[in-house]
Design a protein around this ligand. Structure first.
Ligand code: BMA
Length: 311
């Protein structure tokens, strides 16, 4: 018998290249947020030159999405930003904060990969704010509220000495970040032993912040990307109260097993609904977008009752 923490939507995949009215090779790794009673999805697409842009799709129910006719973000032409985005923009995450929506994305260039911060109030126009890391960072999620008077982010610096892990840092203004500390590491000979990185924007629950992250396991047949969960203390998210020992989602459907990159489920967004359910969005094999539902309480309990050490 297999326990299912995430129930896949029966009509997956929910967005594919066939749905996009401009030429793209992939549709995946999307941030999702509720805005004006609609669901807004910002998704990553490879163009046929192998570099990525960010598109936008909308939905009334969180399952059926329609793409707009034009991409939402392409590499910036503005002087400061263009130098660091020339190879593409990837993996957007959207944090609702103080009446605006902040988008963190991976900016690729000849100088490496770093995290850009953009801002929109209406999902019609978008402005670049700043780069909020140096090179060799990916997977940045900003918490949807200030904690202890500071903005808080989780991200994943590259590392050669220790397996790639999740770090926390703090900011007074969303631009300058510091007080960084490691909060969670991969576990040796475990499903996430090679690297881990933050996925969806942390979800506030009454027992803590639910962090849905990805973990990577190397095999003779290439890497497998799965999703796991951790619970961080509400008032002090540097404290991890529990990390589920088991994954909650792994590549199983044909479009998760085979695609642009095989054996990948990768999340950049989830929506907590008022009825205690979660809509979890993930890219399948770096090629299509999928959705599933879960019970938030069940995930929280899994973090607390069947946990492994965070560090
Ligand atoms: C990571 C990133 C993700 C991608 C994953 C699997 O390094 O590039 O955007 O989904 O690999 O290919």
């Amino acid at each position: 018998m297999k326990t299912q923490y995430v129930k896949r939507y029966e009509k997956n995949p929910i967005l594919t290249t066939d749905d996009i009215p401009y030429p793209v090779e992939t549709v995946h790794n999307a941030g999702v947020v509720k805005f004006n009673r609609k669901y807004i999805m910002l998704f990553r697409s490879h163009r046929a030159n192998g570099r990525s842009i960010i598109g936008i799709a909308e939905s009334d129910d969180g399952f059926n999405f329609t793409s707009r006719t034009d991409p939402f973000m392409t590499p910036s032409k503005e002087k400061l930003f263009s130098e660091y985005e020339e190879f593409g923009v990837e993996d957007p995450r959207i944090t609702p904060l103080e009446g605006a929506y902040y988008i963190t994305y991976s900016a690729y260039s000849r100088h490496g990969v770093r995290i850009g911060l953009a801002r929109t109030e209406d999902f019609e126009t978008v402005e670049r704010v700043a780069f909020i890391t140096q090179a060799d960072y990916r997977n940045t999620v900003i918490f949807p509220e200030k904690i202890g008077g500071k903005y808080v982010k989780l991200d994943r610096p590259h590392s050669d000495i220790s397996p790639w892990a999740i770090w926390i840092s703090y900011s007074p203004d969303l631009i300058h970040w510091g007080d960084s500390r490691i909060v969670m590491k991969p576990v040796k000979y475990h499903w996430d032993e090679m690297k881990i990185g933050p996925g969806a924007i942390p979800i506030r629950t009454n027992k803590g912040w639910l962090n849905i992250y990805h973990g990577v396991f190397p095999t003779m047949d290439g890497c497998v990307y799965r999703l796991g969960i951790a619970l961080h203390k509400l008032t002090d998210p540097a404290t991890v109260m529990g990390v589920s020992d088991q994954w909650i989602l792994q590549p199983e459907d044909p479009w998760e097993v085979t695609g642009y990159v095989h054996n990948v489920v990768f999340t950049c967004g989830a929506i907590a609904e008022d009825d205690g359910t979660l809509k979890l969005y993930w890219g399948g094999a770096d090629k299509v977008m999928c959705v599933g539902t879960a019970l938030i309480d069940e995930l929280v309990n899994l973090c607390l009752t069947n946990s492994r050490a965070p560090l």
